[in-house]
Design a protein. Structure first.
Length: 285
């Protein structure tokens, strides 16, 4: 495993502390981790279900809707065709919604910290309007996941909304708000937690989880996700990692709060292909 990146750990902890919109476990939401997930392969249609109930026992939706970054984020979740290979059509209204979301997150301390750091590294445009264009390109510009297909995907859709391939495989979907909303509509079935080698079961205060679930008829054997964090926090984290490097895949080991994570970002040209945390361990065991 790669050595801990101390500089990024320091920055990400500053962002974590500045994340005033983060929801608090036990107060703003409660989760119910239940049983440990069984073995599974991508594309399995039936796996053992070790969680009879939803992962999210409850979420304070009033609080979500009252926070501008969450409210504008939620309005983007229904803008996508989840099947890869099916061309995305972006309407003027959707472009407007994308811009409202970027304006909302750019007004936060979390994104300011990210922007300042990237400026020091000469990786971001100093002017906020230019930086916003940069973010738009990285996250919302459409591309084809497979050569020859019509533009069917973008970084935002993949990471935050989730996609399916041939109705057999789940791609992306690393966001807890989308997970919660899909679960509430009975679109997602939570199957159980995936334990780390040295970690017993996660507790209800854990804000990074490895989980197994099915969505639209396919199973995701293991997916890691932050729980309770604001959209700007994830957006800032992945943007920093994306802009700092030009490799096809970036993996950085960081410690955020009590969580040791490997942050993974894949590039698709000048766009985000995917981005997610992998939980290595937590210190509160």
């Amino acid at each position: 495993r790669k050595a801990l990146n101390r500089e990024l750990s320091k920055l990400f902890n500053e962002m974590w502390d500045a994340d005033v919109h983060r929801l608090r476990p036990g107060k703003d939401y409660t989760i119910d981790v239940q049983g440990k997930a069984g073995p599974a392969q991508p594309g399995d249609s039936a796996v053992q279900d070790n969680a009879a109930r939803h992962l999210f026992h409850n979420v304070n939706e009033e609080r979500l809707k009252s926070i501008k970054t969450f409210a504008t984020f939620i309005s983007l979740l229904d803008n996508y065709e989840t099947s890869t290979g099916v061309a995305e059509v972006v309407t003027p209204e959707e472009i407007f919604e994308n811009n409202c979301f970027l304006d909302a997150i750019l007004a936060t301390e979390v994104m300011r910290l990210a922007h300042d750091y990237l400026l020091k590294k000469n990786r971001a445009k100093p002017n906020l309007a230019d930086f916003k264009h940069q973010l738009y390109d990285i996250w919302f510009q459409l591309y084809a996941r497979k050569e020859g297909d019509r533009p069917d995907s973008c970084g935002f859709e993949h990471v935050f909304v989730g996609e399916t391939r041939h109705g057999k495989e789940i791609l992306g979907l690393h966001n807890w708000v989308q997970f919660y909303l899909q679960e509430k509509r009975n679109q997602i079935d939570y199957k159980g937690y995936v334990a780390r080698k040295n970690k017993t079961r996660p507790d209800k205060d854990d804000q990074v989880l490895s989980i197994q679930f099915s969505w639209k008829g396919s199973v995701k054997p293991i997916g890691s996700t932050f729980i309770g964090v604001s959209p700007e926090f994830e957006f800032a984290l992945y943007t920093v990692l994306f802009l700092l490097s030009e490799e096809r895949v970036t993996r950085e080991t960081v410690k955020i709060d009590e969580y040791e994570l490997q942050m993974v970002v894949w590039r698709h040209g000048y766009h985000i292909g995917t981005a997610y945390p992998v939980l290595l361990s937590t210190t509160s065991e």
